[in-house]
Design a protein around this ligand. Sequence first.
Ligand code: BTN
Length: 329
Amino acid sequence: MQINSTLMTLLHVMADGRYHSGETLGGILGISRAAVWKTLSSLKQVGVVVESVKGKGYCIPGGLSLLDQAVIQDAVPIERLQDVALIEVKTELDSTNSYLLQAYDTDAFTGAHICLAEMQTAGRGRRGRTWQSPFAKNIYMSLSWQFEQGIAAIEGLSLAVGVAIVSALQQSGVHGLSLKWPNDVLYQGKKLGGVLLEISGDVSGRCGVVVGLGLNVAMSSAEASQIDQPWIDLKTIAGESLPSRNALAASLIDHLVGLLKDFESRRFKAYREQWQQHAAYMGEPITLSMGARTQQGVLLGVEENGALRISTETGEQVFVGGEISMRPA
Ligand code: BTN
């Protein structure tokens, strides 16, 4: 379903969770009461519940916390904004990563180009999976950054991104998170967020990296029915003390842009210790899957380039590569 500007105006008015009469809403939008009813009924398709009570009008129970570009930008520390070229908030995209990859060739910015969307129609996960992206519930955000020294200089970046996300969430009052190699964000073994890193340009010189982050904030079981692994959202972890999606996005931007700015000079070695401190299953038996091949071992940690170290029956082995997945044995 296309979320057009009429629908977005309506949602902004109703985001307060109060009752609004069909007449008032129709007046704001310049449409008839019948057209208001029809428009609101279509919201079911994107998972937004609207209640109607005779004599009172319509309300979205609990309200909605919509993303707002100005609110996000104002909440990013001013000194960090020096390294941010553009923050865009879109209602609907196929994928925020695809959007920034397409923009990379024409971007003439220095600094981060950041894009968030209220929903994605073709959200992409690692290893060819889809990323469930229902409307106005979670965070779908991508950041594009230009590096000068090719992909060798950004080895381990995807793990360091996980560290930056955990730091941002800790600062927002969310504790007890862990990282599953390379960068799944977990809470008590359940997936809270994931990262998809994509590269364009010259892999041996100037190249662009798009860091895409999907974070479950408040998702219903119905919306998550397609997710084929244990999952959790921030609302379940933090309850009422959870900051708004705008505040969370600002904190994530602060930490991720800080990381991207310094990474070529600091490299993964500067983040390795923190990654290991947050690592899930450290010292525990795990199974690695590489296509049809599997390898059992005990997780020892990571190398300075982010490669995974495990102790196996034949001694210590090191694994690197985007197609590997890890799970507890
Ligand atoms: C994973 O499989 O764990 C990675 C998920 C990454 C999802 C995010 S949502 C924002 C960005 N746009 C996408 O299409 N994917 C990433």
